[in-house]
Design a binder for this molecule. Sequence first.
Ligand code: UD1
Ligand code: CA
Length: 450
Amino acid sequence: MTSAIVMAAGKGTRMHSRHGKTMHKLLDRPIIEHICDTLEKLNVENRVMVIGFDGDSIRNHLKDRCDYAVQDPQQGTAHAAMQAVQLKGQKGRTLIINGDCPLITENTYRRLLEKGNEYPLVVLTTVLDDPASYGRIIRNAEGEVEAIVEKKDCNEEQLKIREINAGIYCVDNELLWKYLPEVNNDNAQKEYYITDLVEIFRRHGHKVSALIGDSEELQGINSHAELASAAKWLQRKINRGWMDRGVALVDPDSIWIGPQVEIGQDTVIYPNVRLEGKTVIGCDNVIEEGSVFINATIGNNNSINCCRITDSQVEDDNKIGPNAHLRNGCHIGNNCRIGNYVEMKNTFFGDGSKCAHLTYVGDATVGKKCNFGCGVVTVNYDGKHKFHTTIGDNCFIGSNVNIIAPVTVGDNSVLAAGSTITKDVLEGEMAIGRVRQENKPEYGLRYLKK
Ligand code: UD1
Ligand code: CA
């Protein structure tokens, strides 16, 4: 049985925020969610988040993806771990994780867990040029880890040690609960330090080991500046990965791709594009400047210019934009044209249909090979309820037509430009619904001369 305790109860004073530190976003998701994602990938069975300051936000965000333990007041990292009482009596290994270290990879955790099969306590460490305020790793002449000393408790010699504690541990769960009560708060900060477990384990004759990891991957986030540099590091890593798999990123430094996004070969992405959530993009697409996709599914060979696409699907060979907005469950077929300043919401748009300019299509089903003129509006909302518009195949919707839903328009029909359509239109009909024009001779001239 593998368990994890994630310590995320602290306030994160150096963020100077009203929100808990681990709820700040790193790329497209809160810091804490990155850790949760990794633990799920590792198949860690019991995942306990220790929450306190702004704990409800964490709970509301992660919901039943993990268990929770509340730490109030917050009296240090050992005190945090002690709150995860659900794990008492479990066998196996437990990862104890500082909630502010989201960059640690599955692979590093795997190596830590492997070492945890040999040693009852393993500490993840790294070597820094500037050990800053991290806890220092004290080793004996044989190189064995003897203790971790917090900076505030270090003597002159210890301050010079460059191997630091990353705040991640793998521990035998039964021994953890046996020895946690021995941790005291006899230190500079009057807190219960989880790091004291090292000395306690040794005192009881257990070996403690360390795994030395990559310093950038182990960086903790304490301030907005550190959050930004962690994001930069992750962006470079993700973008490099996609370029290595055949995706063309024209200016990778300005392109932000979330960790769950997938992109096919030979797709070209221009600068200032942001891809988030469970976005899946196929091959041979061209995505131009300013596009933002969140949970978008894009097929192959589309050209999409400066569009916002959220929770929607686009199939193949479409030309979309500039400045189109597709949201809330749109499904665009193949070979469509969706032009500038077109907004579509919860709309199915069939193969070969076109909607080139300044149009709103909401709650609609549109068949194949339809043509929308400029300025068409599906009037789907009466202020209280939403209504559906259904349009068949091969229809011509003239410019500036208002379709007051619910309306059904049959195949091969025409809605004349400027019409306000309130009634169903049958197959092959032309509907015209507009005020008749009256021309008054000389009135124009007289008006202009006034
Ligand atoms: C801790 C380690 C230090 C290590 C560093 C790595 C201790 C005593 N020190 O120091 O050796 O080098 O991490 O980043 O463990 N937390 C709680 N409840 C508390 C206190 C903290 O949940 O009562 C959580 C915080 O929300 C945070 C994590 O534990 O996510 C670490 O706490 P923090 O105060 O940042 O510890 P450091 O001083 O950085
Ligand atoms: Ca920290």
